[in-house]
Structure formats: structure tokens, C-alpha cells
Ligand binder design. Structure first.
Ligand code: FES
Ligand code: FES
Length: 372
């Protein structure tokens, strides 16, 4: 679904899955990684952000329920005078060590300072009960908040919105009806991607290649087909990311529609060393663009489960998957022209590709955000 909301005073329009929680939306889609995720159960408070001026746990708040509302993450409080005083006090009173709890702790501390100007130590500790810190023992945090409260007259927050209790409401599709003018428009499809590949060869030739899974596999470094039985294929893929090596073995079903020049491949695989499982489904469509040019449209959805799934989250991995698809297209074009395909047969060295991808991601990110 498409939602529009305000994040750190910017209007944002984005597509989200109904089950995406606000913390993931902020971190993964908007790249606001100042919001930390600890327990993901609403217990530790590391993910605390402001929703319409009130602290909420973003890990148990659905992004869809925030349509039309005002979200402020720690990044959006950079110029806030209360937050500035708290940052200084946290530093002076040694109120952080590893810093993991700190963004959520600061958001809660700001709420205490603004809402309870007369709070004593007991009250501060009570108010902090929903924010866990495993490093500091809380003494420095409590001292820092008391320090800011004692200078309260100098601390003003003129732009603070009124705090209203109990404003949570059921999300309805009407929430997306009246979007504010969007300044950021993001189109995310969760763990999936739509890719269009251009190949400078006639569509007849490209279709013959697409009908040959062994040929496609030979264009993807690290991939091999081990057996084929009708529309069932078995294969494996060797990937290395620095010292981490993963060998995914699995099978897939391939179906083609020659008339429409479309196809579908669905399969799953497992890396036995790490116990990571992968499931993926791709549909593709070949379109001819004249006698010597073709376009292949691919829709890919995938799910990773297990230890290596940590590497399967986030925008960098989405760009990585797109780079991989482009690499297959380049190699396929070279193979069909009878040229060399560098690296084919060796393991896929994801590290080099990822650093290239990281630069591309950074460039795209900078061009996507327009801050007024
Ligand atoms: S991550 Fe949200 S409360 Fe722990
Ligand atoms: S500073 Fe490490 S958890 Fe709080």
C-alpha cells in the first residue's frame, strides 16, 4: 500500500507492506538508521521515536498506521534545543557507553524534560523503566536528565506539538486518501525487485538463450546446473563475501510460454554450512525492440532465512541483486556474441561487487533526498 506521512518535517510518500513496522520503514526504506532495534518486542525502548509528538516504540507500530501523521526520529531532533542540552549533558555525565540504547534514551529523556519539569530522581527512574541500558547502570543517564531539568528555564521548545493521549486509531485505507505534497517519493517492493535489462541482440537469439538454463547459469559466476529432468533443474551457487563462503544447493522448476515469450522460475536452496535457506521466484518477459535490440523484464521475489539472512536486508542488498542481474545480462550478451565472459565458473566474489554497489547506492541516495 502507498502511505504518505511526515518524517522529520519532510513529506514522504512510499509503498510499504501492511506488516512493515515503523522502525524497519525508517531504517530500511528511508535509511534513517539512528533508530535502533533491540528486542523488536516493545520491551527495550531502543527504537523509541516521536509520533505526533509522543514517544512510541517504532518496532511495534505499523508503518501503515502512521499514514497522515508526523514522525520524528533522532535525526529530526538534531536542531531541537532540548535535545541539544541533553546531548551535552549525556556527554558530560558519561551517560552512554556502547550507545545502543542512546537514541531511544534521548527521545524518552526529552519527553521527561518537557512533560515533567519537577521530576525528582525517583520519577525519572520510573519514567525510564521502559528504556533498557545494559552498560551504564543508569546513574549517568539520571544525572544528565537532572542536569537539564535544573537549567530548565533556558531550555525552550517553541515548536513542540501539543501532546495528546490516546490518539492511536485503526488504520483504514482512507488514510492514504489526502496526501500532502510529496517531496520524497520512494517505491519499494519489500524483498523483491523489478529489473529491466537491455541486450543489443535480436529477440529470437535472446529467447533461445533464455530457454537454455545451462547457458544462463554459465553467465552467473559461481552458479552451476548439476542435473536436469524435464522442467526440474538442480544446481548450486558458490558465493564468497570476504572470509564467508556459502554454497547454496537446491532445485527449481522452470516453465516457458514460447508464444508470449515469458517464463517463470521458482526454487529454493540451502547452504548446509550456515543453515541459511533461500526461496526465490522470478518471472520474466522478453520484448523485441527492433531487429537487433531486446529487453528482458524480470520480477524477482526472494526470502532468506537463517544466519546469512542478516546480509539479505536493506537497500544495499536490493541494489546488489540488481547489479547481479545486470552482470548476467552483460555476460549473456558476450556469450551470444562468442566473446569471453570474465569470471564465469569461479565463485561469485560479493565483496568487490558490494563495494561498487555501496558507491552506487550512496550516489542514488544523495540524488533522491531533497531537503528544503
Ligand atoms: S526494539 Fe522496540 S522496544 Fe525494543
Ligand atoms: S550505553 Fe550501551 S546499552 Fe546503554
Amino acid at each position: 500500500m502507498t502511505i504518505t506521512l511526515k518524517v522529520n518535517d519532510l513529506a514522504v510518500s512510499a509503498e510499504v507492506a501492511p506488516r512493515t513496522h515503523l522502525a524497519d520503514f525508517l531504517r530500511e526504506d528511508l535509511l534513517l538508521t539512528g533508530t535502533h532495534i533491540g528486542c523488536e518486542h516493545g520491551v527495550c525502548g531502543a527504537c523509541t521515536v516521536l509520533l505526533d509528538g509522543e514517544p512510541v516504540r517504532s518496532c511495534i507500530t505499523l508503518a501503515a498506521t502512521c499514514a497522515g501523521r508526523d514522525v520524528k526520529s533522532i535525526e529530526g531532533l538534531e536542531r531541537d534545543p532540548v535535545m541539544a542540552a541533553l546531548r551535552e549533558a549525556f556527554s558530560a555525565e558519561h551517560a552512554l557507553q556502547c550507545g545502543y540504547c542512546t537514541p531511544g534514551m534521548l527521545v524518552t529523556a526529552r519527553d521527561i524534560v518537557l512533560r515533567l519539569p519537577d521530576a525528582d530522581e525517583d520519577r525519572i527512574r520510573l519514567e525510564l523503566a521502559g528504556n533498557l541500558c545494559r552498560c551504564t547502570g543508569y546513574n549517568g543517564i539520571v544525572r544528565a536528565i537532572r542536569r537539564v531539568l535544573s537549567h530548565r528555564p533556558e531550555v525552550t521548545a517553541p515548536s513542540l506539538p501539543p501532546v495528546t493521549r490516546g490518539t492511536f486509531r485503526q488504520f483504514s485505507l482512507d488514510d492514504a486518501a489526502a496526501p500532502p505534497a510529496a517531496q520524497i517519493s520512494a517505491k519499494f517492493t519489500g524483498d523483491g525487485l523489478h529489473e529491466t535489462l537491455s541486450i543489443a541482440l535480436p529477440p529470437e537469439q535472446v529467447w533461445v538463450a533464455l530457454r537454455d538454463p545451462a547457458l544462463i547459469a554459465s553467465c552467473l559466476p559461481g552458479a552451476t546446473i548439476t542435473s536436469r529432468d524435464g522442467d526440474r533443474i538442480r544446481g548450486e551457487m558458490l558465493t564468497s563475501l570476504g572470509p564467508i563462503q556459502a554454497r547454496f544447493k537446491g532445485d527449481a522448476t522452470l516453465t516457458y510460454d514460447d508464444m508470449a515469450r515469458t517464463g517463470r522460475i521458482a526454487g529454493s536452496g540451502r547452504d548446509t554450512a550456515s543453515g541459511t535457506r533461500m526461496q526465490a521466484e522470478a518471472t520474466f518477459r522478453l520484448v523485441g525492440n527492433g531487429p537487433a535490440a531486446s529487453t528482458v523484464e524480470i520480477d524477482l521475489t526472494y526470502a532468506l532465512k537463517g544466519p546469512l539472512a542478516q546480509l539479505g536486508r536493506g537497500p544495499i542488498v536490493r541494489v546488489f541483486a540488481a547489479e547481479l542481474a545486470a552482470m548476467v545480462a552483460r555476460n549473456l550478451e558476450a556469450r551470444l556474441r562468442g566473446e569471453e565472459t570474465p569470471g564465469a565458473g569461479a565463485a561469485l566474489h560479493a565483496g568487490g561487487l558490494i563495494s561498487h554497489v555501496a558507491w552506487r547506492w550512496l550516489r542514488d541516495l544523495l540524488s533522491r533526498f531533497h531537503v528544503r
